[in-house]
Design a protein around this ligand. Sequence first.
Ligand SMILES: O=C(O)CCC(=O)C(=O)O
Length: 271
Amino acid sequence: MSSDLTREYEEQGYVAIPDLVDLATVAQLLEETTAIVMGDRGNIPGVMSGTDAQTALASVLAVHFPHKVSPLMHDMLSYAPIVAVLNQLIGPDVKAMQSMLFVKNAGKPGQAWHQDEYYIATRDRSLIGVWIALEDATIENGCLWMQPGSHKPGVLYPMHHHNDPRFDGNQEISDMPYERDSGVAIPVKAGSVVFFNGYILHRSLNNTTQGARRALVNHYMSAQSYLPWSFGSPPVPRQDVRDIVMISGNDPYAYKGIEELTVPFIRPEVA
Ligand SMILES: O=C(O)CCC(=O)C(=O)O
């Protein structure tokens, strides 16, 4: 794999790679998305079992932790061409801790400016989001937007509640050194994958089209770092969350075992 890719990732804080996931796999993931939101992979509070596919899909913005109920989504964490890029960007020892399956049908909100390390802290700043386009993502249907280079200071900006109906109820960064309406849109074709740094400022807009904007987002980090992640409301901090999936290399903390802490849920649309 080219060193240009690493350089681009380090400079911009993200890199978009076209055609990394083959379209047959994309088609399987789309079918699996329907099965998950129809409750066919087990009960997830809020999924509409007993209804038709269209109604079920239209009701869901995103399912968090689909890999906990779907063997296909679990396998996708270790999709070889993605792991090859992660090994280049992170190193040989890689673990995953989160998956999110966006359906984002017509009219659904985006997510305002945020940094993923605000939610999933690592000790070594190695968090990477891997955003897999399951259909063409456009400005109109709510593709990602980035502030190139914004990961470099390694600063987490303050978050606040917003009342902007274009975005879901997650908080938005305030006092950032960028205009709120600036940034670079990242439209990509189905099968493309966007790798982005946990400190980069990014967002997505609402879907103003009549179709969906499905995407699978998996999060990874170096297995050499503890994962001091907080859960719950109010959040309970933990020193090293072991609800992880080893992806490649060695797990220096294997002696701690693996625990099951997270369960799938539907992302709320309002705060
Ligand atoms: O796909 C989206 O609409 C938002 C994804 C995102 O911001 C994230 O995964 O951090």
